[in-house]
Design a protein around this ligand. Structure first.
Ligand code: MG
Length: 388
């Protein structure tokens, strides 16, 4: 019969619990340098899914917008006191806009959704009102209350995951009819209780829910293992001029002259920004901040370095290490070096141990030797997902 109308992924991200630690609702906790919810959203990008609608907790708008970043998503729906109420709010919001064809109701805490599960679920809706991904139970089951009790047969038992797919009209009706006080643990049971037929498809180990600290650590390792290392190189030169300030590594350095340029001419941060952009194949600083654009006149170069850092983070990458060499006869860099390292570490949100700054002269040879200008080199080592 096929689905008529749009297919929406409805992601329940309304929890306020922080059982897994980390001090904030777990759907906003960082893994691999990004909030958990961002991973969940990215795994829902699929040809068959037209809209990704998120249900957030009350007062979580700020966290939501931070997690979503540059991704263009409809405004979130605000959830209720229970998971069931949150799903209901999401469904009603979709109904108020005229309804859709089908909905995949998903938990934000199951970020690593494989595309083939999405395909199996949608296909199953051809013959059923709903479909859920399931896995067999592999561990032995037993009763237990402090001491081991009798064995429970695992015959015929399955583990039920999300996303759970439904024809929209069916799941909306099921939720509207269910006024039972007890919170349903999942939507498939709500649908079943209302008499709708729910099929099962093969789920995935990758869909395990992140609940405990250990789950987050495993997710972190999984993401790290999938990253590849890249290196970027940067080089920059600026000319000395009277009456200019000298900015190096984001710090104002006292000196009798400064560097001239369109922005604040921070030669160190320019080389660094180019190294970071180079590591992800994102062109150079001039592509992102054209000197022809008056808005960058006198701009602090910290903005350029922060932009490059954000680009790396947005693609799920991380900066492992940066190393810079400053080339000049004067001023002496030594007295400022530690402060400069700290400044760069703060800009890139890295521990000090991953930032190196060195200085050298050119033995009074060439333009740096004659004190006409300064040069800087930078190298950045980053890790990014293989396909980015
Ligand atoms: Mg420059």
């Amino acid at each position: 019969m096929g689905i008529k109308g749009k297919i929406v992924a409805l992601v329940v991200a309304a929890g306020s619990g922080s059982r897994a630690g980390g001090g904030m609702p777990k759907q906003y906790r960082q893994i691999g340098g990004r909030p958990l919810l961002a991973h969940t959203i990215d795994h829902l990008k699929h040809d068959r899914i037209d809209i990704i609608q998120i249900v957030i907790g009350e007062g979580q708008e700020g966290l939501f917008h931070h997690a979503v970043g540059h991704r263009s998503l409809p405004s979130p729906t605000v959830g209720g006191a229970t998971r069931q109420q949150s799903v209901r709010n999401g469904l009603e919001a979709l109904a108020a806009k005229g309804g859709v064809g089908a909905v995949l109701i998903h938990d934000a805490a199951r970020p690593f959704l494989p595309p083939d599960v999405i395909e199996r679920l949608i296909e199953a809706l051809d013959a059923a009102d709903g479909a859920v991904p399931v896995l067999p139970v592999v561990d032995s089951l037993a009763e237990g209350n402090g001491a081991l009790g009798a064995q429970v047969s695992r015959n015929g038992l399955i583990r039920v995951q999300t996303p759970q797919a439904f024809r929209f009209d069916a799941i909306l009706e099921a939720h509207r009819r269910r006024e039972a006080p007890a919170d349903a643990t999942d939507d498939a049971q709500v649908a079943r209780e209302a008499g709708f037929q729910v099929a099962t498809v093969i789920g995935s180990q990758s869909l395990e829910k992140l609940t405990y600290e250990e789950d987050f650590m495993r997710a972190e390792q999984r993401l790290s293992a999938a990253l590849v290392s890249r290196t970027g190189l940067g080089f920059d030169v600026h000319r000395f001029a009277e009456g200019e300030e000298l900015w190096l590594g984001g710090l104002l350095i006292p000196h009798d002259k400064g560097l001239s340029g369109h922005s604040d001419a921070d030669v160190v941060l320019h080389a660094l920004t180019d190294a970071l952009l180079g590591a992800i194949g994102e062109g150079d600083i001039g592509d992102h901040f054209p000197p022809s654009d008056p808005q960058w006149r006198g701009a602090p170069s910290s903005r350029f370095a922060e932009h490059a850092r954000a680009l790396i983070e947005e693609r799920g990458g991380r900066i492992d290490h940066v190393d810079m060499t400053i080339i000049c006869e004067a001023p002496r860099i030594g007295p400022h070096r530690d402060a400069m390292r700290q400044s760069v570490a703060d800009l890139l949100r890295l521990p000090l141990s991953r930032v190196s700054i060195k200085a050298t002269t050119t033995e009074q040879l060439g333009f740096t030797g004659r004190g006409e200008g300064m040069a800087a080199q930078a190298v950045a080592t980053v890790r990014v997902p293989e396909d980015s």
